[in-house]
Design a protein around this ligand. Structure first.
Ligand code: FES
Length: 149
């Protein structure tokens, strides 16, 4: 068993109510929830592995697949769409050579599509990790991505 994983889990009292906070804490550290993490949480909280997987797949905030170091969230919401998000998406995909849902071979970037980033008045919007890029134009994309290398 991975010690750093247990250190994260054991910070929480052994209560089923802590399922979501424990998963959030692990994902924050490890970027995604692997099989070992799900099993360890299930055992610690006295839940079935299927129950923990069920919760993790129900909430879109959780990732069950390994992702790149930097997560690019592209918005497919209406406000972004009408403001030219397609050009932004295209520029991101062309610059990185991957499509939505994929990770670059060097593990630097993953692209995820989300329904709305919650800042529609700033459309079109792109989010990389916790940073929002507002009123973006496609010609800025390459430079922004290069700043993450
Ligand atoms: S539609 Fe893109 S942020 Fe809401």
């Amino acid at each position: 068993m991975d010690n750093s994983l247990m250190q994260i889990i054991e910070k929480f009292p052994r209560s089923r109510q802590n399922l979501i906070p424990v998963l959030q804490a692990i994902q924050k550290e490890q970027n995604y929830l692997n099989r070992e993490a799900v099993s360890a949480v299930a055992e610690y909280l006295g839940l079935g592995v299927a129950q923990v997987y069920g919760a993790a797949s129900f909430y879109t905030q959780f990732r069950l697949k390994k992702t790149g170091k930097n997560i690019i969230k592209i918005c497919k919401g209406t406000a972004c769409h009408v403001s030219g998000a397609d050009n932004i998406i295209d520029a991101v995909e062309r610059t990185l050579g991957i499509r939505k849902g994929e990770t670059t071979a060097d593990g630097k970037f993953s692209i995820e599509e989300v329904a709305c980033l919650g800042c529609c008045s700033l459309a079109p919007v792109l989010m990389i990790n916790d940073r929002v890029y507002a009123r973006l134009v496609s010609s800025e994309v390459k430079k922004i991505l290069q700043s993450y290398s």
